[in-house]
Design a protein around this ligand. Structure first.
Ligand code: HSE
Length: 446
């Protein structure tokens, strides 16, 4: 009894998945039960690194999601449309879906999961966050008895690669980005990565699983890494930090609103995420009673992502096998299944959230800040800065003036924990001080 797959897309992830499925010796025996039945591609003429018969390859993706013989659709084409419509059609046709598409899930998760639950089928998305790192199933299953209070991730390999090189080489963002593009570590259009949008999609998905509610992507505060300068990276190092693009979801108490955000962050050098370098990803989950648990590994790449996609396929194959046995048993005992398919969904595999999580405004975020000021070098400037911060209850952890940029003095401040709203009010007052020339950098500190 084989399980038939319809794979949509034969790019890097699709090709890696086909390669894995065609080379199963030494892997889980259930893989033998999988048949690559159809693979949908844009062009039949393109040279491929995998061998697939002409009956398997097709350009008719609609026909794949409508084919009654197919049990599982594997959506690895990416992009919003037609991926969204094909996923919805497949689900309505009663097919389970495996997807690596974080952008579609983060934007259309509500309609995708509602459709899946109504049809009594699963949407599996291990590959959508962290590439090959198992983090979706652990959040759904192994960690689900915990009260999660924080998920902190380095979930974008491109930006981690750029920041790591800026740090080790003392280079500027623009130069490293151009080189990363030349080497294939950054895309020709790097917007989704460097502006933090890809990380926002991913933390929205992780937050939804960790905190048990839907997340409106527009509520995720998102700041990219374009404004991170080599000067700030050098200051970070002097002060005992590294700069990382962090995706954070945090809830202080089970009844308080969530904070969900992506921004470059000063991370203490001793923090477990500080040593995650290059294209690697890591996700630190903190909860009660588990404490801290960190997932680390390759966040992208053909083989790694194929590992995640195929683990989802295998999970569904196992589920289909047991469902088919129970359907046969029901038939033999002449009992009609009186329940809808929804009742038979495994709640540890499905996503049944209906409510949206309440997201706290950034002004209420309690965090430390790093700020760099360029000022006229005259008596009393540091005193005035301290007074303005004090006026809004912002306590300073350190204030240093070590350098000059031309004629201007460079003053660097690190605050204690403070409501972001207070910090912003103090800054507004500081901007009006005649001695302040500019505030080139503001970064949150973990
Ligand atoms: N563009 C992503 C990254 C990889 O740079 O991490 C796919 O999620």
């Amino acid at each position: 009894m084989g399980v038939k797959l319809g794979i949509l897309g034969l790019g890097i992830v699709g090709t890696g998945t086909v390669q894995l499925l065609q080379d199963i010796t030494g892997r889980h025996p259930l893989l033998q039960e999988i048949e690559i039945y159809r693979v949908g591609v844009r062009s039949l003429d393109k040279p491929r690194t995998v061998e697939l018969s002409t009956e398997v390859l097709t350009t008719d993706l609609e026909a794949i999601v409508n084919d009654p013989a197919i049990d599982i659709i594997v959506e690895v084409m990416g992009g919003l449309e037609p991926a969204r419509s094909l996923i919805l059609k497949a689900l309505s046709n009663g097919k389970h879906v495996v997807t690596a598409n974080k952008a579609a899930i983060a934007r259309f998760g509500a309609e995708i999961f509602t459709t899946a639950n109504q049809a009594g089928v699963y949407v599996m998305l291990e590959a959508a966050v962290g590439g090959g790192i198992p983090v979706i199933q652990p959040l759904k299953q192994s960690l689900s008895v915990n009260r999660i209070h924080t998920i902190t991730g380095i979930v974008n390999g491109t930006t981690n690669y750029i920041l790591t090189r800026m740090q080790t080489e003392g280079s500027n963002f623009g130069d490293v980005l151009a080189d990363a593009q030349r080497l294939g570590y950054a895309e020709a259009d790097p917007t989704a990565d460097v502006e933090g949008l890809d990380a926002a999609d991913k933390i929205a998905i992780l937050a939804s699983l960790g905190f048990g509610g839907r997340i409106n992507l527009q509520d995720v505060y998102t700041e990219g890494i374009r404004q991170v300068s080599k000067t700030d990276i050098a200051y970070a190092e002097k002060l005992g930090f590294v700069i990382k693009l962090l995706a954070i979801a945090k809830r202080n108490t089970p009844s308080s609103p969530l904070s969900v955000r992506v921004h470059p962050t000063f991370v203490p050098q001793a923090h477990p995420l500080a040593s995650i370098n290059g294209v690697y990803n890591a996700i630190l989950v903190e909860g009660e009673p588990i404490g801290q648990v960190m997932f680390f590994g390759p966040g992208a790449g053909a083989g790694a992502t194929a590992s995640a996609v195929t683990s989802d396929i295998l999970n569904l194959v196992a589920t289909l096998k047991t469902q088919r046995v129970s359907t046969e048993e029901l038939h033999q005992s002449k009992i009609q299944n009186p329940k809808s398919k929804i009742a038979s969904l495994n709640p540890l595999l499905a996503c049944g959230h209906q409510e949206y999580c309440q997201i706290a405004p950034m002004a209420e975020l309690i965090t430390r800040f790093y700020a760099r000021f360029l000022t006229n070098d005259q008596p009393g400037v540091i005193g005035k800065l301290g007074t303005c911060f004090g006026n809004y209850g912002v306590s300073l952890e350190s204030i240093v003036q070590t350098g000059f940029q031309g004629e201007l003095a460079e003053i660097v401040v690190v605050t204690h924990d403070v409501p972001e709203g207070n910090f912003r009010q103090a800054l507004a007052e500081i901007r009006n001080l005649s001695a302040i020339e500019s505030i080139p950098s503001l970064l949150r500190v973990l």
